[in-house]
Design a protein around this ligand. Sequence first.
Ligand code: RRO
Length: 311
Amino acid sequence: MSKLNFTSTLGGQTFNSPFLNASGIHCQTAEELADLEGVKELGGIVTKSATLEARAGNDKPRYYDLAYGSINSMGLPNSGYNFYLDYVQKEHAKPTILSVAGLSVADVIKLLKEVQASDYQGLTELNLSCPNVIGEPQTAYDFETTRKVLTEVFSFFTKPLGVKLPPYFDLVHFDQIAAVLNDFPLTHVNTINSVGNGLVVDVEKEQVVTKPKGGFGGLGGAMVLPTALANVRALRQRLNPSIAILGTGGVTTGADVFAHILCGAQLVSVGTQVIKEGLGVYARLEKELSDIMEAKGYTSLEDFRGKLQVM
Ligand code: RRO
């Protein structure tokens, strides 16, 4: 097992393992971020998406655990970008990804100007896909606006930058978003955010399970794995080779991690399963991935990355 090479590179940085936390998962407070640093199987740390001002988020209950995954309508609770920008500028044993989100285009520009002006040289990820801010659309479903935002951002931003995308469900939409993204020097795209605006019904209570937005919320966990794999694969087939894909969505086993990498993922994030199982999930996933690689005679992630076969 120790002979396996789990290294991947992204934005000029080396990640010693393919595992990340999904943004929003155990990464909002200083204590949670410190916990992530202590997980040796984690290759890098992603922050909760940061906004200009701190936010309390939506009313509770706003997260609900399901046998087949989760539904959330957190509403971007976070400590504000100053806190996360301070955090990523400190010394860390692992690479960091600073996730940022704007409530308007002007917010995004202001946030990224602050990052540009700071000493932070690591990766930043612009979240274009939060499904839960009341009254706000998911930007990346609007291809024109996405192009407009990225054009403005790259007029001044010179540091490593990726975007977090919502899931797409139509092959033409994959073509359209890829055509936009390929015009910019992105380090990566992270796909997928939760499957927006699902609705879970408690039949006994004849009621929804989360309070905000009448119960509508983002779906994650096992139920979204095929959607996540489709997005990783379809984008890998369409994006410039210089744009890495971070695979997020539906990982519960080492086989799921293997599948994400086979579809083209450079790194793989875990969200819902961390909430269900705790941070020990990463040791289990690493062991399961190692067992699969050893059984197949693979010694590095490059041996199978992107090599999914079709019939
Ligand atoms: O905070 C949230 O409600 C949230 C965000 Br910003 C996101 O990007 N994805 C998600 O499922 N929840």
